[in-house]
Write a protein that binds this ligand. Structure first.
Ligand code: TYD
Length: 137
């Protein structure tokens, strides 16, 4: 089964009232892992491509809490899917061992990334040829 089948959009609970919106993301409930780390990406130009890696261990949920971006995911076996992140109450779930590229950032894009692990550069695969080799063994 392709890892692409595990990628999915998530919809979070919204509690809006006359004071504004509140979106709730609970670890191991609204997303399928305990949260160990968050980071966020903003100020990326429209022509920038971020990510371009796969992770041996980490799972992620990406949420455009402001603005818009696109995420391309590849399984290394010739399959890819494109997702649009453009609503603060939706996110994309990315399993481990999937190639991901984030691009086409709007000027106001703030991309919140929630991870299942603490940062460890050793678990990143940043070379696509290497990724292809590993998933096709
Ligand atoms: P990078 O993985 O290239 O970002 P992206 O995948 O979003 O394009 O990370 C950019 C820099 O930040 C790089 O030097 C590693 C560092 N970094 C950390 O120190 N901790 C983290 O949790 C992350 C995600 C990155």
């Amino acid at each position: 089964m392709s890892t692409l089948n595990s990628v999915r959009m998530l919809e979070f609970n919204q509690k809006g009232d006359e004071r504004g919106h509140l979106v709730i993301v609970e670890g191991a409930q609204d997303i399928p892992f305990e949260i160990k780390r968050i980071f966020y990406i903003y100020g990326s130009d429209k022509d920038v491509v971020r990510g371009q890696h796969a992770n041996r261990e980490s799972e992620f949920v990406l949420i455009n809490v402001a603005g818009r971006s696109k995420v391309r995911v590849k399984d290394g076996k010739g399959n890819e899917t494109l997702y649009f992140l453009d609503r603060p109450h939706t996110g994309i779930y990315l399993p481990k061992m999937i190639w991901k590229e984030m691009f086409d950032f709007s000027e106001d894009s703030v991309l919140l990334c929630v991870a299942s692990t603490h940062y460890d550069p050793a678990e990143y695969i940043r070379d696509y040829d290497e990724f292809e080799k590993i998933v096709n063994i």
